[in-house]
Ligand binder design. Structure first.
Ligand code: GZL
Length: 326
């Protein structure tokens, strides 16, 4: 296990945006008439595409309750238009703070400008957007490019006995920050390694069913595949079903690295069906609620807070499993 450090924040002074810690004016919208003096948070979630997402939703909902924050939670069911509509609804309800995990990086400028005009601060969680950084207060979540690089490091260790590594890549949801950045980080990290080659790549939409379906097609069109980089556990677990149905041994005939480290993924790692997992921690709720309270109080929060995570090899799985929280 390459242990970096457990989850939490290393507040990272915003580099990319060049912005320093952001200080929002007192969170704008007056309470939504609930009259109970509670902070009201409007949250738009992507949907329920994966085990990671389920754990993320649970963390946000339970943390809001524990923090005494009135949570208005909207499940976009995988549709960007539902997310935009939810944010507009939160603006109309005059919530105190808005937060969301964006399905895609694009399409956010207009509604973010509407939130700014309504003086309602926005905190991005989990995933970033391609928009003017002044339109949101902070981004709390993993560095996906780094996760792609970490996956490559794991493959170099896992495949050191192999002369040629013919990689199938299952990408996350098209247009999402994790898919874009995990693809980029991985490609950059293997570029100098002549024995590594991505022979086929396609989105598996972060789901088990699509991961299985796409892997079935991969195995038919590319019998030379001997490695799989699945950008989340769920797609990897679906792919394992396809690999076994094709009479091959996952973890042996096809070396597999996935991302997330949900319990099902860690169980497959312990069983030798996955060779390495890059952790991406979904338990962002407590930090988000802390940030909501600070923003509402007009205090400074870091523009970019990166959750730092571990990586797990098969030898690490058994010891780690009992304490996994998701
Ligand atoms: C990553 C998150 C991704 C997970 C997937 O932070 O956005 O979306 O890796 C989830 O499991 O569907």
């Amino acid at each position: 296990m390459i242990s970096r450090r457990s989850l939490l924040t290393a507040a990272v002074a915003a580099a990319a945006t060049g912005g320093l810690a952001a200080c929002a004016k007192d969170g704008g919208g007056t309470n939504t008439g609930n009259g109970n003096g509670k902070i009201t948070l409007g949250f738009s979630q992507t949907g329920s595409e994966s085990g990671w997402r389920t754990a993320n939703t649970k963390s946000i909902q339970e943390s809001a309750t524990a923090a005494g924050i009135d949570l208005k939670f909207s499940d976009a069911q995988g549709k960007e238009e539902n997310q935009i509509a939810a944010v507009r609804s939160f603006i109309q309800q005059k919530v105190d703070v808005i937060s969301f995990s964006p399905l895609k990086v694009t399409g956010w400028d207009t509604v973010l400008k509407e939130a700014k005009a309504a003086n309602i601060p926005v905190i991005l969680t989990d995933r970033g957007v391609e928009a003017d950084a002044s339109l949101y207060v902070s981004l709390l979540g993993s560095d996906f490019t780094e996760e792609g690089k970490r996956a490559a490091v794991m493959f170099k260790e896992i495949c050191k006995d192999m002369a040629a590594v013919n990689i199938a890549q299952l990408e996350g949801s098209t247009g999402s920050a994790p898919a874009i950045e995990r693809t980029k980080g991985f490609a950059e990290a293997i570029a100098s390694e002549t024995k590594f080659k991505i022979v086929v790549t396609q989105t598996g939409e972060f789901t088990r069913s699509k991961g299985k379906e796409v892997m079935e097609a991969f195995l038919k069109s590319h019998p030379e595949i001997n490695a799989l980089y699945a950008q989340n556990d769920d797609m990897g677990l679906g792919a394992i079903q396809a690999i076994e149905a094709a009479g091959k041994k996952p973890g042996t005939d096809i070396r597999i690295v996935t991302v997330d480290a949900i319990k099902d993924g860690m169980t497959a790692l312990a069983a030798g069906k996955i060779n390495g997992i890059v952790e991406c921690n979904p338990l962002l709720g407590p930090q988000l609620m802390e940030m909501v309270k600070k923003v509402k109080a007009g205090q400074t929060v870091e523009k970019r807070i990166i959750t730092i995570e571990k990586d797990f090899y098969q030898k690490d799985a058994a010891a780690a499993l009992p304490t996994r929280q998701y």
